[in-house]
Design a protein around this ligand. Structure first.
Ligand SMILES: Cc1cc2nc3c(=O)[nH]c(=O)nc-3n(C[C@H](O)[C@H](O)[C@H](O)COP(=O)(O)OP(=O)(O)OC[C@H]3O[C@@H](n4cnc5c(N)ncnc54)[C@H](O)[C@@H]3O)c2cc1C
Ligand SMILES: NC(=O)c1ccc[n+]([C@@H]2O[C@H](COP(=O)([O-])OP(=O)(O)OC[C@H]3O[C@@H](n4cnc5c(N)ncnc54)[C@H](O)[C@@H]3O)[C@@H](O)[C@H]2O)c1
Length: 489
């Protein structure tokens, strides 16, 4: 039996970040992966999606600027775009094990299962079935096995006409002329926009009264996106679902639960994801799951079994790579240096890449009020931004939520180009003890998107004297280290 300081199961963003963190802390680490290195995020989610959406947004930009110094038509070539996406993903993936091995991480291919609390058997995958079962042990184990798409009984996937996100990312056929997207959550709101820009007729159906009902994004930001969907002709129906689907020779006939019918070349079902623990034999280690199958953890991300941690999609919390990366640093550090760090998902941004980029972090005004703050939102639209005007893209806004009493920053939301980049600054500001002065005292580059932070908060800072910083009250963004947080409060 091979002995390690730490064994990590799964090499998605949670698993690989945990491996890097632990290796840099000097630990002897084993990282086990049963499928492609990089997990859902690299192979079937974030990276392939962003590669394709980058092309979609270039198509939109060129169409938008046509007649303003650009001439000519541009259109997407779906098959070539999918091949380009495969090349991008393979380029990152091929480098991945090399990079980890260079840091001394033992990257092991195979299917991991518990044979005891601190012992793991690694079964060979089907391509390497001649290889023997390997056994490993470690006093610390991190489970980072991710999630899989939830099935929908009314729309069973067949991998060809009715797809889940995995099937979609593996499509090699010609571009469908029409597509139904069942579920109006993060995945379909992004992928439907992609297909719309490539010229497919799309329809999203969402059973709740609005799109993105579970997203950690303020409602008024979602409304901005909805207005844009209406303007560009991207069709969606809320309070609607699928009653039945019949696969025909060259497409799918669909009956909706409002009595209407339709026919589509393909359907993409994205109605959420469920944790992936099948085959792990968690019972052999005594690790407990909740009624939905998520592994239960403490705020240190430790399971009920001391020394066994769970991170990312497999435990309750936001199912994003951003959250998995946050978890990874916390669990790996706690596992090796003692439980001290706790997760705080208010510090983790959410970013939606669709017809508009929307990024949010921290508390909305409503959440801040419920948490006992006196919230005030400072806003500015990009209408007055030189950069936005230069780009002919003034639809978005910046919103900064702060405590009216102290100027403490509580959260924010950005809608517009590169919102996912600008949100890093908002995240840093929320963790700073400077409050609104974080934005006030910076010198900005001009023209830039970020200078609009100062524009947004200017009317609010005038209401405070500089000494107001002294009444700053640590709140939702208190430092991650619990001991320090106790000292501060
Ligand atoms: C279409 C789509 C787009 C997305 N885009 C974004 C985005 O832009 N930004 C974002 O933050 N999030 C995005 N997400 C979500 C993101 O992909 C996931 O939240 C993230 O991948 C979760 O990371 P993880 O490490 O927990 O699990 P995963 O990435 O799922 O990795 C788990 C790994 O564990 C392996 N594994 C499972 N069981 C075993 C076993 N028994 N033995 C060995 N290995 C095992 C799996 O093969 C897998 O490789 C997207 C999701 C989808 C579906
Ligand atoms: N940019 C990102 O960070 C990003 C992108 C894609 C996915 N993800 C993550 O991946 C996970 C999976 O994405 P997702 O979009 O599948 O899940 P989701 O939970 O974001 O959305 C699923 C949607 O399907 C709806 N729904 C459920 N059953 C339905 C039915 N029968 N008919 C119609 N609608 C129905 C739900 O109300 C919900 O709005 C999410 O947790 C998300 O956070 C993140």
């Amino acid at each position: 039996m091979d002995k390690f300081d730490l064994i990590i199961i799964g090499s998605g963003p949670g698993g690989y970040k945990a491996a890097l963190t632990a290796a840099r802390l000097g630990a002897k680490v084993a990282l086990i992966e049963k499928a492609l290195p990089g997990g859902n995020c690299l192979n079937l989610g974030c990276i392939p999606k962003k590669t394709l959406l980058h092309l979609a947004s270039i198509i939109e930009d060129v169409q938008h600027l046509n007649g303003r110094g650009l001439v000519g038509e541009i259109r997407g070539d779906f098959r070539a775009a999918m091949r380009h996406k495969d090349d991008v993903v393979a380029g990152i993936r091929n480098n991945f094990p090399v990079w980890l091995r260079r840091l001394g991480v033992a990257v092991i291919t195979g299917r991991a299962r518990f044979i005891g609390p601190y012992e793991i058997a690694v079964d060979p995958t089907s391509e390497h079935e001649q290889e023997p079962v390997r056994t490993l042990s470690a006093p610390r184990i991190i489970i980072a096995t991710g999630s899989e798409p939830k099935p929908l009984a009314q729309c069973p996937t067949d991998g060809h006409f009715i797809l889940n996100t995995r099937d979609f990312m593996s499509m090699t056929e010609d571009q469908p002329r029409s597509m139904l997207f069942v579920g109006g959550g993060m995945a379909n709101v992004e992928l439907a926009y992609l297909m719309h820009q490539f010229g497919t007729d799309v329809l999203i159906v969402e059973r709740e009264p609005s799109l993105l009902p579970n997203a950690r994004i303020p409602e008024h930001a979602i409304n901005t996106l909805v207005r844009k969907f209406n303007r560009i002709g991207l069709e969606f129906r809320t309070e609607t679902s699928v009653a039945a689907c019949h696969v025909e020779e060259a497409g799918v006939a669909v009956s909706f639960d409002d009595g209407s019918e339709g026919r589509f070349d393909k359907i993409l079902v994205a109605v959420g994801r469920r944790p992936l623990t099948a085959g792990l034999d968690l019972d052999k280690a005594g690790v407990k799951v909740n009624e939905e199958g998520f592994i239960i953890t403490s705020s240190y991300l430790e399971t009920n079994v001391p020394g066994i941690y769970a991170i990312g999609d497999v435990k309750p919390g936001p199912m994003t790579a951003n959250a998995a990366l946050h978890d990874a640093k916390i669990a790996a550090t706690n596992a090796l240096t003692g439980n001290e760090l706790t997760f705080n998902y208010f510090m983790v941004p959410t970013v939606l890449h669709s017809a508009m980029e929307i990024a949010a972090v921290g508390l909305t005004e409503e959440q801040a009020e419920a948490a006992g703050f006196e919230p005030e939102a400072a806003r500015t639209s990009f209408g007055g931004s030189g950069k936005a005007r230069a780009y002919h893209d003034t639809e978005g806004f910046i919103e900064v939520v702060h405590d009216a009493e102290t100027g403490q920053l509580l959260g924010g939301c950005i809608v517009g180009p590169e919102a996912g980049e600008q949100i890093q600054m908002m995240t840093a500001a929320c963790q700073s003890e400077q409050g609104l002065w974080f934005f006030k005292e910076l010198s900005y580059s001009h023209p830039s998107w970020a200078e609009e932070f100062e524009t947004a908060i200017e009317p609010c800072t005038s209401a405070f004297s500089r000494s107001a910083k002294e009444v700053f009250r640590p709140g939702i963004f208190r430092p991650l280290r619990t001991k320090k947080a106790v000292r501060n409060s």
